[in-house]
Write a protein that binds this ligand. Structure first.
Ligand code: GLN
Length: 542
């Protein structure tokens, strides 16, 4: 039977609850258990698909086509377990389902209320779609004390008391700040946060205390006393030099043992964390450094490109180099500064994106990389812009554009109106809803023999995650081929171009999908391994 671990956060946001959940999950896997991690988000959007990456960070896409919170990316990268639609819920989705049912008359005669209707729905989600897992770790978004997270806290409280209480536990992640003027770490914010949690009926079993330095034992004992938590279960989570050290640190602090003890499970003497040690050693002791320029739109917030950042660093881990990212705001690029901005780059990457703003800067960056033999990697929007750049500058179609930017006579990139999904055909129109209607999730692509992509993937068929509404117009493939741009990957029906490459260029690849979503530190994605390898070659040639 599954055991449930609820992870909440206190004092401030951004304490790394997601990373804590993912690291604990990895430790439990090392003990031989099957785990699954879920995220419960209190905001009212049905999913984060329509939220600005500026506000909320990247939208993570699962194999089964859900647009989810970026924490699901951490979960996958740390555990290798593919997340599913059923692993992320928001208040918006809960209310949407309940209101739909209310309109159908399913609650006829009743008053629909937060308790029990909303809380029941949340409890159903926690327990839904399980397949023999030993542990389900549920991270509750937000911070204790937020108004909007109250139904979630109430639901996990009920869940704990309605089921066998020895089968679920609560871990609270808090902050123990260092106050420079008094030269002390302060426990009061943690005490207050636990007090708040207890006033909602939840007694945490373990406290994970984030601090920038060692928390003296007497301070930890004080937290235990005031928060009614066993001394051993007050665990320090000291800032780590790389996120890959977090599972190792938690292990050294005994987090896995305290969890197993709680559930009366055998605690092995030791587990082998070689996997994490190798990864973190490679990150902390690189043998060189490559400069990669990312030309994007939300460069002010690193979380907006979270998986991309991670996948590049995985490529660096594989090649044992540090990947230094130079974020370039695409709107700042013009004809006269492009060479200055990019000439020190060993690789240029244009990531996924939406809308016309900044697209001209991206096109200029792509032209510069193509003409100057700088490795270029275009992801989704970055592939589409590469096709437009080639059409404008190699085919001389000066008004080549995307129908995403408005009506155009030369739609090198156009709206996808239908595509095959398993045995059905999905259809869209220009006025379809924007939420959840893109070509989303995992689709196969077939790669041509003899292409660079084929060599990189070492396979003819690949399976990658998508999130797009537009596609390169296949009418332009033939003319572009004459100019040395080949389309080396297509959807299995041969209709949608999936990969573009320039064989005469050292490394120029555009892909219609998001390979960054499947890269793992201990299993870097082939395209990222190869791209960083090409950047390293470019550096060594200089
Ligand atoms: N805006 C483009 C489209 O919808 C690209 C999307 C993306 O980069 N994820 O097709």
């Amino acid at each position: 039977m599954a055991r449930f671990i609820f992870v909440t956060g206190g004092v401030v946001s951004s304490l790394g609850k997601g990373l804590a959940a993912a690291s604990l999950a990895s430790l439990l896997q090392h003990h031989g258990y099957k785990v699954r991690i879920r995220k419960l988000d209190p905001y009212l959007n049905v999913d984060p698909g329509t939220m600005s990456p500026y506000e909320h960070g990247e939208v993570y896409v699962t194999d089964d086509g859900a647009e989810t919170d970026l924490d699901l990316g951490h979960y996958e990268r740390f555990t290798g377990v593919s997340s599913k639609k059923s692993d992320n819920i928001t208040s918006g989705r809960v209310y949407q389902d309940i209101i739909k049912r209310e309109r159908k008359g399913e609650y006829l005669g009743g008053t629909v209320q937060v308790v029990p209707h909303v809380t029941n729905e949340i409890k159903k989600f926690i327990n839904n779609d399980l397949s023999g897992e030993d542990f389900i770790i549920c991270e509750i978004g937000g911070t204790i004390g937020d108004i909007e997270s109250l139904p979630f806290i109430e639901a996990i409280r009920q869940f704990h008391y309605e089921n066998d209480t020895s089968m679920s536990m609560f871990i609270h992640v808090t902050l123990v700040p260092y106050i420079a003027s008094s030269g002390e770490l302060k426990t009061k914010p943690t005490q207050h946060s636990v007090k708040e949690l207890r006033s909602l009926g939840i007694q945490p079993n373990i406290l994970l205390c984030r601090a920038d330095r060692e928390i003296p034992l007497d301070q930890r004992d004080k937290i235990a006393l005031f928060c009614n938590v066993k001394k051993n279960n007050v665990i320090q989570a000291i800032n780590a030099p790389t996120i890959y050290e977090v599972p190792i640190n938690f292990y050294n602090e005994g987090l896995d043992k305290r969890v197993l003890e709680y559930f009366s499970l055998d605690v092995k003497k030791s587990i082998d964390l070689k996997m994490w040690k190798n990864v973190s050693d490679s990150v902390l002791n690189p043998k060189g450094e490559v400069n990669i320029s990312i030309v994007g739109k939300y460069t002010g917030l690193a979380d907006a490109y979270k998986s991309l950042n991670e996948a590049l660093s995985h490529g660096g881990i594989y090649n044992r180099v540090k990947v230094k990212i130079n974020w370039i705001e695409s709107e700042d690029i013009n004809e006269s500064n492009v060479s200055k901005l990019l000439s020190n780059s060993n690789g240029v990457l244009v990531p996924g994106g939406f809308g016309q703003r900044g697209s001209e800067g991206k096109i200029l960056a792509i032209k510069f990389a193509r003409e100057n033999n700088i490795p270029y990697f275009g992801i989704c929007f970055g592939m589409q812009m590469a096709a437009i750049e080639a059409a404008r500058n190699l085919l001389n179609i000066k008004d080549a554009s995307s129908s995403e930017f408005g009506k155009t006579k030369s739609p090198v990139v156009g709206l996808m109106t239908e595509w095959s999904k398993e045995n059905t055909v999905e259809k869209r129109q220009s006025n379809s809803d924007l939420g959840g209607t893109m070509r989303l999730g995992s689709y196969n692509a077939i790669i041509s023999k003899g292409s660079k992509a084929r060599e990189i993937y070492e396979s003819d068929t690949i399976d990658e995650r998508h999130r797009h509404r537009y596609e390169v117009n296949s009418n332009f493939c033939e003319p572009l081929l004459k100019k040395g741009i080949i389309f080396s990957g297509f959807s299995p029906d041969g209709l949608l171009p999936e990969i573009l490459e320039i064989p005469s260029h050292p490394w120029f690849i555009g892909v219609q999908f998001h390979p960054e979503l499947k890269s793992k530190p201990f299993e870097p994605h082939p395209l990222f391994k190869s791209f960083i390898g090409a950047a390293l070659e470019q550096l060594n040639k200089k």
